[in-house]
Design a binder for this molecule. Structure first.
Ligand SMILES: Nc1nc2c(ncn2[C@@H]2O[C@H](COP(=O)(O)OP(=O)(O)OP(=O)(O)O)[C@@H](O)[C@H]2O)c(=O)[nH]1
Length: 568
C-alpha cells in the first residue's frame, strides 16, 4: 500500500453530497494517476513503499546502493570550474564522474582535457571520469558509466551551465527509473560570486531571453541567479577576498531571504571542504528528518504559542532563529531556517527595495495534522501552483500515527514516506517549508491551519484555495488537459505508425534492390564462367562483396571467385 493509497476523504460537514461525490471521483482519478506514474517508471524509492516496520532501513539500503549525484550550479563566472579543477586534479582519494555541458566550453585544465579528449566524449582522468552532454544522451551514458565502475565511484557531479535552471535535471534524478536505479540525487550545490551576486540577483530577465511556448505570456521570469539559490541545498559563497565583512553579512541575509533552509559556506578560489559539499545526502527523507530532530533538540522557543509561524522576508522583525551561515570549517548544526528577519539597507550592496519574487515560507504547529486534509492540500498545490513551487519539504505529526511523516518535492514531483517513530521525550511538531515564487503566505497558512486535527476544525470548510481545485473551472481545465493529452497521444501513435510504415517500406525497397543486384551479379558471374568455359555455376554473390572473406583466404578446392579486374 502506498502512502497515497488512502481511503477517500470524508468530511463530517461543510460539503454537499454532490461535492462529496465529486471528491470521491477526484480521489479515484488520483489513484489512477498514481498507478499511471508507477507504470511510467517512477522509482519505488520515489514513492517509497517501504514496509511500515522499518522504512528507514529500506530507505538506507536503497541509498547506499546508488551513486550520489551532485548538481553544481552557479552564475557565469562564479567559480564552478575553479572548484571542479580541484576535484579533478587534487589528491582527495575520491573518484568522481564530472559531467559537463560541452567540452568546448570548459576551462578544466585544458591541457589535461585536450590530450585525453576521445571521440566518445568520455575522458578518463586520475580522479575519475569527465563526460559531457546534459541531455537525453546522459540518460544512456551515465547509468552505463556507473555500472562499469560499480563500487569504484564516490559520486557524480553535473555542472550546469551558468544560466541553466537546475530543476529539470533534479526531476530527472527523482523520476527517471534508469537513473534512480543506479543513482540518487545527493544535493544541489550553488556557487555564488560574492562580488557580483547582488547585482546578478537584481538583474531583470529581458523578455527576449524567455524560453518560448507553454508558459503564459504574462508570466514574469525570475532571473537565473535567484533560481539557482532557490533550488540549492548548499551555497558556497566564493570570492570572499573581494568583499568586506559587512558586505558578506548582507549577502548572507539576501540569500537567506530567498532560500531560508539552505546551508551557507564561504571560501576563496573554491577552497571549500569537499566533504561538506559532496556526499551530503541532502535530498533524502532521512536527512530532512534528522534536520528536523536536531533543530527541535536545540531549539528553545521563546513563545509558547500553539502555532509557531516562520515568516518569509519581511522588513527586519526580530526572531531568535538564525540562518545557517557557517564559515568554512565551523561546526554546523542542522535545521531549518525560514528566511525571517531580513531588513533591507544592510550595507551598500542593496540599499534599495529588491524586485524579489522568490522567497521562503515556513510554519510550525505543535499538534497533529489530518492526513486526508494534508493530502488534499498537497494535491491542490501541485495542481494549481506547481510552476511557482520550486521546493518544499516538511516533517509532520499525523493524527493517530506514531511515525513521523517526512516529505519533500520539486515542483510537481513529490516524495514522501513515514519515517521513524516519535520517541518518548520528543517534542511533536509539524513543520512545513516552501520555497517558491510569489508565495502567498496567508493563503498557505490558512491551508496549513485547515489541516490541524482539532475538534473545532472537523467542521471547517476547506479554504478557497483547496475548494478551487474542485471548481467547475478547474474541472473544465482538467477535462481540456485530458483531451489535449489524449489528442497528443493519438497524434504520437499516428506518427509512430507512419514512421513504422515508412521504415517497413524502406526495408522492402532495400531488399528488392539487393535481390536485383544479386540477380544481376549472378548473371554476370554466369556470363564470366561461360566465357572461361567452366561447367560449374558460381554462387549468386561473392563473399568479398560483403568484405568478410577475401579470395586468397579461400580454403583450397573451393570456387575461385574472380574479381572484376581479373575477369576483364
Ligand atoms: N579573486 C578571486 N577570483 C576567483 C575566485 N574563484 C575564482 N576566481 C576567478 O574567477 C574567474 C571565473 O572562475 P570560473 O571558475 O571560471 O567560473 P565559472 O563559474 O566556471 O564560470 P563559467 O564557466 O563562465 O560559468 C576565474 O578567472 C577565476 O580564476 C576567488 O575566490 N577570488
Amino acid at each position: 500500500m502506498s502512502n497515497w493509497d488512502v481511503p477517500p476523504p470524508q468530511y463530517a460537514g461543510g460539503f454537499s453530497e454532490a461535492h462529496y461525490q465529486q471528491q470521491q471521483q477526484y480521489h479515484q482519478q488520483q489513484q489512477q494517476y498514481y498507478q499511471m506514474q508507477q507504470q511510467q517508471g517512477f522509482s519505488d524509492a520515489h514513492y517509497a513503499n517501504a514496509p511500515a516496520q522499518d522504512p528507514h532501513q529500506m530507505h538506507q539500503l536503497m541509498h547506499t546502493k546508488r551513486v550520489p549525484v551532485t548538481i553544481l550550479t552557479g552564475y557565469l563566472g562564479s567559480g564552478k570550474t575553479t572548484l571542479l579543477n580541484r576535484i579533478l586534479t587534487e589528491h582527495h582519494h575520491k573518484k568522481y564522474v564530472v559531467v559537463e555541458n560541452e567540452f568546448g566550453e570548459i576551462g578544466i585544465d585544458n591541457s589535461l582535457v585536450k590530450e585525453k579528449l576521445s571521440a566518445d566524449d568520455v575522458i578518463e582522468l586520475n580522479n575519475g571520469v569527465l563526460c559531457c552532454g546534459i541531455d537525453q544522451d546522459m540518460l544512456g551514458v551515465l547509468p552505463e558509466i556507473i555500472r562499469q565502475r560499480q563500487g569504484n565511484l564516490d559520486g557524480i557531479i553535473i555542472e550546469m551551465s551558468g544560466l541553466a535552471n537546475p530543476a529539470p535535471v533534479c526531476q530527472m534524478f527523482m523520476r527517471d527509473r534508469m537513473m534512480t536505479e543506479v543513482a540518487r540525487l545527493d544535493g544541489v550545490v550553488t556557487i555564488v560570486d560574492a562580488k557580483h551576486i547582488c547585482q546578478q540577483l537584481d538583474r531583470l530577465v529581458q523578455e527576449e531571453e524567455l524560453p518560448p511556448g507553454e508558459v503564459p505570456a504574462d508570466y514574469e521570469y525570475e532571473n537565473e541567479a535567484t533560481e539557482q539559490i532557490a533550488y540549492a541545498d548548499r551555497i558556497v559563497i566564493n570570492k570572499i577576498d573581494l568583499v568586506t565583512e559587512d558586505e558578506l553579512a548582507s549577502i548572507k541575509k539576501r540569500i537567506g531571504s530567498i532560500n531560508g533552509s539552505v546551508e551557507l559556506l564561504t571560501c576563496k578560489h573554491g577552497q571549500v571542504d569537499l566533504s561538506k559539499v559532496f556526499g551530503i545526502d541532502a535530498q533524502s527523507l532521512k536527512t530532512i528528518e534528522d534536520e528536523h530532530e536536531d533543530h527541535h533538540k536545540d531549539h528553545h522557543h521563546k513563545d509558547k504559542d500553539h502555532c509557531h509561524e516562520h515568516h518569509d522576508d519581511e522588513h527586519g522583525h526580530g526572531d531568535e532563529h538564525d540562518h545557517h551561515d557557517h564559515e568554512e570549517g565551523e561546526k554546523k548544526g542542522h535545521g531549518h531556517g525560514h528566511g525571517h528577519g531580513h531588513g533591507h539597507g544592510l550595507g551598500h550592496h542593496h540599499d534599495h527595495v529588491h524586485n524579489q519574487h522568490v522567497n521562503s515560507v515556513g510554519f510550525e504547529y505543535e499538534g497533529p495534522l489530518d492526513s486526508e486534509r494534508f493530502y488534499e492540500w498537497v494535491q491542490a498545490l501541485i495542481e494549481l501552483e506547481a510552476a511557482d513551487l520550486y521546493r518544499y519539504k516538511g516533517v509532520l505529526w499525523i493524527a493517530n500515527e506514531e511515525q513521523k511523516f517526512v516529505y519533500h518535492g520539486v515542483h510537481s514531483i513529490f516524495d514522501g514516506n513515514f519515517g521513524s517513530e516519535w520517541k518518548p521525550g520528543d517534542k511533536r511538531v509539524s513543520q512545513v517549508v516552501f520555497i517558491g515564487r510569489d508565495l502567498d503566505r496567508d493563503e498557505l497558512y490558512e491551508c496549513f491551519q485547515w489541516c490541524w486535527a482539532t475538534p473545532e476544525n472537523a467542521q471547517a470548510e476547506p479554504p478557497a484555495f483547496i475548494k478551487h481545485m474542485y471548481s467547475q473551472e478547474m474541472e473544465a481545465e482538467r477535462a481540456a488537459a485530458a483531451h489535449q493529452q489524449a489528442m497528443q497521444e493519438a497524434q504520437q501513435q499516428a506518427l509512430m505508425l507512419q514512421q513504422q510504415q515508412a521504415m517497413l517500406m524502406m526495408q522492402q525497397q532495400q531488399q528488392a534492390a539487393m535481390i536485383m543486384a544479386q540477380q544481376q551479379q549472378a548473371a554476370q558471374q554466369q556470363q564470366l564462367q561461360q566465357q572461361k568455359g567452366s561447367p560449374s555455376a558460381p554462387p549468386p554473390y561473392t563473399p568479398e562483396q560483403y568484405g568478410y572473406l577475401q579470395p586468397q583466404q579461400q580454403p583450397s578446392g573451393q570456387h575461385d571467385y574472380p574479381s572484376q579486374a581479373q575477369g576483364q
